[in-house]
Design a protein around this ligand. Structure first.
Ligand code: 5GP
Length: 127
């Protein structure tokens, strides 16, 4: 079910629980700013989620309220994950959903990294 991308932040969301170690994930990368793990329901041969360690509901919240160091650290982590997974040569897509019309389901900011095949046009048809 789609959620709002706006605060208040829900500490019970699934990615908050993964960050606290209450639920396992298939980890790809972790540093001071970010955790990256494989999506449980992959939409491409490579489908990795990168999430900040901070409590942000979506890109809208993160871009407005995260500190400069946090934004830089997170952004670099996304690029590093793609590079370390060897995605740069053939290319990849970075996507983030904000709120109801985007279909955002988890109210903790995350970017999707898709790769491993030609990814087609940017937008699918409306559901
Ligand atoms: P959104 O629609 O919010 O942009 O994307 C949420 C993503 O989180 C979906 O692609 C979904 O498959 C993934 N997801 C939901 N629950 C879990 C989980 O418990 N573990 C992992 N690894 N991915 C999850």
């Amino acid at each position: 079910m789609a959620v709002s991308g706006l605060p208040p932040y829900d500490d019970g969301n699934i990615f908050a629980r993964i960050l606290r170690g209450e639920i396992p994930c298939n980890k790809v990368h972790e540093d001071q700013w970010a955790l990256a793990f494989h999506d449980i329901n992959p939409q491409a041969p490579v489908h990795v989620l990168v999430i900040p360690k901070g409590r942000y509901c979506s890109f809208a919240d993160f871009s407005a309220n995260a500190g400069a160091e946090e934004i830089a650290g997170f952004t670099r982590a996304v690029g590093k994950v793609a590079k370390d997974l060897g995605l740069e040569e053939q290319g990849y897509r970075v996507l983030t959903n904000v709120g109801e019309h985007s279909g955002q389901e988890v109210p903790h900011f995350h970017v999707h990294l898709f790769a491993g095949r030609p990814l087609g046009r940017m937008l699918g048809r409306p559901a």
